[in-house]
Design a protein around this ligand. Structure first.
Ligand SMILES: [Zn+2]
Length: 111
């Protein structure tokens, strides 16, 4: 995947205050936006966080006799920090790009 041509280029640990974070080349996890977390999860932003992310995806399946593939309803991401709070991002508004394909069962290559 292509890396963004404009900063930030990576997400740093949640309490980071390094020169790159101050200059805006990187962004600390606590200041990362929903969009930046979506880019991190799809590999478009570097991940310097050292943090495990938990992703909760809710799909819905139509009630048709032969339902199509499930539809992604919501994507919530949390990071439970060992030295800080639990951070949460609602990525439901970020599903129009690569993140949406990540959770779309009809977007696989093997059909
Ligand atoms: Zn930093």
């Amino acid at each position: 995947m292509s890396r963004p041509k404009k900063p930030p280029y990576a997400v740093d640990p949640h309490n980071c205050g390094c020169t790159e974070c101050i200059l805006g080349d990187y962004v600390s996890l606590r200041e990362a936006t929903d969009r930046q977390i979506a880019l991190l999860l799809t590999g478009q932003l570097g991940n310097n966080t050292g943090t495990e992310f938990r992703i909760t995806v809710q799909w819905s399946l139509s009630g048709d006799f032969r339902p199509g593939p499930p539809t992604v309803e919501s994507v919530l991401v949390t990071a439970d920090l060992w030295d800080g709070p639990t951070l949460t991002w609602d990525l439901t508004s970020q599903l129009d790009g690569p993140l949406g394909r990540m959770f779309d069962p009809s977007a696989t290559d093997d059909r």
